[in-house]
Ligand binder design. Sequence first.
Ligand SMILES: Nc1ncnc2c1ncn2[C@@H]1O[C@H](COP(=O)(O)OP(=O)(O)O)[C@@H](O)[C@H]1O
Ligand SMILES: [Mg+2]
Length: 325
Amino acid sequence: MSEATQAEGLNPELKKHTFEAEVAQLLHLVTHSLYSNADIFVRELVSNASDACDKLRFEGTNDDSLYEDDGELKIRIAVDEAAKTITFTDNGIGMNEADAIENLGTIAKSGTKAFLDKLSESQKQDGQLIGQFGVGFYSGFIVADTISVESRKAGEPADKGVRWVSDGTGSFTVEPITKDTRGTAITLHLKEEYSEGEDNYLDRSKIKRLVNKYSDHISLPIQMRKEIWQEDVKEDENDDTPVGGQMVLTDEWETINKASALWTRSSSEIEDDEYVDFYKNISYDMDAPLTWTHNRVEGRVQYTQLLYIPKKHQLIYTLVSSSMV
Ligand SMILES: Nc1ncnc2c1ncn2[C@@H]1O[C@H](COP(=O)(O)OP(=O)(O)O)[C@@H](O)[C@H]1O
Ligand SMILES: [Mg+2]
């Protein structure tokens, strides 16, 4: 871990850290080779938020107070068109300053380290390969020029919150903040090319589609602000120009995912596309599986099994090893 240095002229409590060498390497790869896979940041950030809620649930079984009277675990995604940001919020386990430095400044996953060692000269190929590994949190830097993380760990005082900020190059800063609510809010300041035109992630319907595609199996509610259709109000009774309408954003939150794991649903209700998308999501394989079986076995013991056979046998290894992490 790097030495923290004082950033001049800013909050005296703001400290600057340099990324571990492997992170810098990964970030370079993410920003230079993964633009054709930009969509994956939604899946990765939702999956981290879901993991954080699972961790809270796990620790909460021994210590009820961690819930802080807010037991309804959920993930929220908010778009701010004026600020050109998209924010992923969860009320999971959260992080304190030491956690943020460790978890967002180093790579703990041995698989990712091994992968980086094997990197070839061809960035294009790396881009395809890395899709299979999942770059996690750092995938946000495909679309964002700055990421700001505000977090507070469950069970710790409000003034022990942390703000972590980075532009995804060599360094990040951390500073203490007061955060009343437990959990994490991750704000991506979108790059110009991802906040307009075809790749505009400020487009709520695009985000909804991506959540439905990649994160329907997440068992927590994933919510966005509800939009309703509003007819234009006719101001003049005698004016017979046609009345239009528009979608307007309300203050209400609505759950946009099905919030049920694919394997818990009846196989007769699941389309092949859903099986394939789910497979691609959990395996990071870009090819569809060769085949799959989905069985519910009921007897003295009941279980549901969903088994996929990948096209490339090398990927079976990936699946097995990732389930042991
Ligand atoms: N929303 C979050 N809440 C709490 N911790 C988080 C959150 N997002 C990321 N983290 C921390 O950052 C780490 C790195 O995330 P990531 O790069 O996606 O790798 P992975 O999820 O495979 O561990 C996580 O392991 C976790 O400790
Ligand atoms: Mg992750």
